[in-house]
Design a protein around this ligand. Structure first.
Ligand code: UD1
Ligand code: MG
Length: 453
């Protein structure tokens, strides 16, 4: 099939008012990726080489966003929203270039399965003119019904145009359609708008093609393929289904999820086998984890690279640019940003490491802070291999601690420390024998005198 050329047309001219949002509906995200980008990914996975995006509301914003997730897509503006067939024809110029297969998808139906698309393309390869991807609906209301005669698909009737008898049909149009390129324009140009909504329905090409004796086929896919998003409750439903699929995929590829329903992946999370993820972990975009890592409960991780056998959390926050090398440890209530933690280094408790390198095997004591920001610029802290940073130290960047350097607890380090040196950056302690008792007596007498007076 790969030698067949394929154009995917994604309809994304929805108004999206029910999202109650300044953002166009199809740019709302699932697993951190705009829902329309999920559709683009599915189209590409099904072997589509060209992409046409039909946009309306928020056209400029859409164009800008599309540059990121579909840089090669051609955008077409549907000025007036006159129906799905009218929307497809907005991409007339693309269709006219001539393709074997044309796929039509909705930008607000993000869970479509590339396999459902590939199955529809296969039917085109077997000479079908139109393929409709249907699904069995528990509650079919609102969907177009697939009307079959003698086992053959002859029409799609929109809910508003259905007879009472037709309304009982539960085999519905999922919204996904495949059309043979050689027939597409001729069929689309015959669509009229004589129906309850007065719209140009894409679904009408089924009846038109069937009447002309062309081969029209319905395939069946699961309900998710048809799940259209119209409000934020449906957005959350789609997110839930997406996460469930991803968790299963992770577990089947060798990742242990102790409480899978509490772990949230991003669209691009990479996670190696034998990694164990404890409950309540969030992965933002750009996370790569090699094998055998332990991610303890309640950790929040984004833009981070975690090498094999690292130990992270509980309650760790890894921000973009956190780069943990083999067997590094970042423990509870630690935040790491734009910093390399080299092999076997430990940042175990209550620490902020930002704009830094921590050498192999170094130990960072509890409460250490790299003071990387003066309110205007960011500065770098370099900590050498095997260094020991005593608890509650502030390292005021730019500063470096040499290999094997030793920082006394509670230090404020403003000058670089050479290899193997010991640095104190705190007031020297004075201990006055008996003075504690004397002080207590003085204070208690003063308090008694105040009470009397
Ligand atoms: C459509 C189908 C219906 C199917 C259902 C599945 C038609 C006529 N009906 O109905 O058979 O069961 O989807 O969810 O196709 N759009 C445009 N421009 C327009 C009109 C629509 O871009 O002028 C886009 C919308 O943004 C949306 C998609 O096309 O992404 C579908 O339109 P919508 O109005 O939601 O159609 P439904 O009534 O849901
Ligand atoms: Mg819809």
């Amino acid at each position: 099939m790969s030698q067949r050329s394929c154009l995917s047309i994604i309809l994304a001219a929805g108004e999206g008012t029910r999202m109650k949002s300044a953002v166009p509906k199809v740019l709302h995200t699932i697993a951190g990726l705009p829902m329309v980008a999920h559709v683009v990914k599915a189209a590409e996975a099904a072997g589509s080489s060209e992409l046409a995006l039909v946009i309306g509301h928020g056209a400029d914003e859409m164009r800008k966003a599309a540059l990121k997730f579909a840089p090669k897509a051609e955008a077409f503006v549907q000025e007036k929203r006159l129906g799905t067939a009218h929307a497809v024809l907005a991409a007339r110029a693309a269709i006219s270039k001539g393709y074997d297969d044309i796929l039509v998808m909705f930008g607000d139906t993000p869970l479509i399965d590339p396999e459902a698309l590939a199955a529809a393309r296969l039917k085109l390869a077997e000479r079908a003119a139109v393929v409709v991807v249907g699904f069995r609906a528990e509650n079919p209301s609102g969907y177009g019904r697939l009307i079959e005669k003698a086992g053959k698909l002859v029409a799609i009737r929109e809910e508003k145009d259905c007879s009472d008898e037709e309304k009982k049909i539960t085999f519905c149009n999922g919204g996904l359609m495949a059309v043979a390129g050689r027939h597409a324009l001729k069929l689309l140009d015959q669509v009229g708008s004589k129906n309850a909504k007065g719209e140009y329905y894409l679904t009408d090409i089924v009846e038109i093609a069937a009447a002309q004796g062309l081969d029209v086929v319905a395939t069946e896919a699961s309900f998710e393929n048809a799940l259209g998003i119209n409000n934020r409750a449906e957005l959350a439903q789609a997110e839930g289904i997406w996460q469930q699929r991803r968790r299963r995929e992770a577990m089947l590829s060798g990742v242990t999820l102790i409480a899978p329903e509490t772990v949230f992946f991003s669209h691009d999370t990479e996670i190696g086998a034998d990694t164990v993820v404890e409950p309540n972990v969030w992965f933002g975009p750009g996370v790569k984890i090699a094998t055998g890592a332990k991610i303890h409960a309640f950790s929040h991780i984004e833009g981070a690279t975690i090498a094999s056998n690292c130990d992270v959390g509980p309650f760790a926050r890894l921000r973009p640019g956190a780069d943990l090398r083999t067997k590094a440890k970042v423990g509870n209530f630690c935040e790491v940003k734009q910093a390399i933690v080299e092999e076997g280094a430990k940042v175990n408790h209550l620490t902020y490491i930002g704009d830094a390198r921590i050498g192999a095997g170094a130990n960072i004591g509890a409460g250490t802070i790299t003071c990387n920001y003066d309110g205007y610029s960011k500065f770098f802290t370099d900590i050498g291999e095997g260094a020991f940073i005593g608890s509650n130290s502030s390292l005021v960047a730019p500063v470096s601690i040499g290999k094997g350097g030793y920082i006394a607890s509670g230090s404020v380090i403003t000058e670089s420390v050479p290899d193997d040196a010991l640095a104190f950056g705190r007031a020297r302690q004075r201990t006055l024998p008996g003075k504690g008792k004397e002080l207590r007596e003085r204070f208690s007498q003063a308090a008694a005198a105040r009470k009397k007076g």
